[in-house]
Design a protein around this ligand. Structure first.
Ligand code: NAP
Length: 246
């Protein structure tokens, strides 16, 4: 029997990158998975590549409460019960120094990375209360721990994700719902491939393990937090960084 047999999971921003790998690993371990992405076609295609007991993909902009609710409705339809695992993964960057960053760049990053996580956590917790169990995993970033130059918007949002995680964990623990966060460092995805070579080299020089992480190395930690293997953990923040800024 697989560790997530009988469980239903939702992954936002799961059309590609870390989110898609999280969806794949959860499915490989027995979960039915609903992938949401702002690009609905991408989400559908991504779901079609998953193995496991069943997967669907659909458009979901995490800035829209109605769309987040619809995503969770899809999970209930697929699993026949409220969602068991919610992974708030969708994120964007709009990097610039404060001197050059526009107010629109600031607002855009806060809306997706911070408000999106809050909406997902709120909506999933409301449904998990009915079942008296559930695991919510929020994708923060090392940038939210140390603060990165050129990322005043992103660092603020990702530090805020830690705040949401800990406050929500305290509110819902008595209902059997756990809320944890992960902070990946430099992971090889479309988001980081867009980075200038100089910035990539600088980050690489800061990693004691001497290599970037792979999306699967984030996904396996999310699997641990999603499963009963972590049954006594809530409000925690797991760094997945190859030792960078330990
Ligand atoms: P990615 O490859 O860009 O994938 C993120 C997905 O989320 C994309 O398909 C993106 O669509 C989608 N998305 C954007 N805005 C959305 C919205 N409003 N609603 C729903 N989906 C939306 O990024 P990634 O590298 O896999 O990152 C995944 C998460 O890990 C993010 O929260 C990121 O901040 C975090 N993270 C990544 C790294 C890293 O090194 N890669 C490190 C630390 C933390 P578009 O492509 O159309 O924008």
């Amino acid at each position: 029997m697989a560790v997530l047999d009988g469980r239903t999971a939702v992954v936002t921003g799961g059309g590609q990158g870390i989110g898609l790998e999280i969806a794949r690993v959860l499915a490989e371990h027995g979960a039915k998975v609903v992938i949401g992405d702002v690009d609905g076609d991408l989400a559908e295609k991504a779901a079609g590549t998953l193995g496991g007991p069943g997967a669907v993909g659909m458009g979901c902009d995490v800035r829209r409460k109605d769309q987040v609710e619809a995503l969770l409705d899809a999970a209930a339809d697929l699993g026949g019960a409220p969602v068991d695992i919610m992974v708030n993964n969708a994120g964007i960057t709009r990097d610039a120094t404060m001197r050059k960053m526009t107010e629109d760049d600031f607002d855009a990053v806060i809306e997706v990375n911070l408000k999106g996580v809050w909406l997902g956590t709120q909506a999933a917790a409301a449904r998990m209360r009915e079942a008296g169990r559930g695991s919510i995993i929020n994708i923060s970033s090392l940038s939210g721990k140390v603060g990165m130059a050129g990322q005043t918007n992103y660092s603020a949002a990702k530090a805020g994700v830690v705040g949401i995680t800990k406050a929500a964990a305290k509110e819902v623990a008595f209902r059997g719902i756990r809320v944890n966060a992960v902070q990946p460092g430099l992971i090889r995805t479309a988001m980081t491939e867009a980075m200038p070579q100089k910035a990539w080299d600088q980050k690489m020089s800061e990693i004691p393990m001497g290599r970037p992480g792979e999306p699967r190395e984030v996904a396996t930690v999310v699997l641990f937090l999603a499963s009963d293997w972590s049954s006594y953990m809530t409000g925690t923040v797991q760094e997945i960084t190859g030792g960078r800024f330990m």
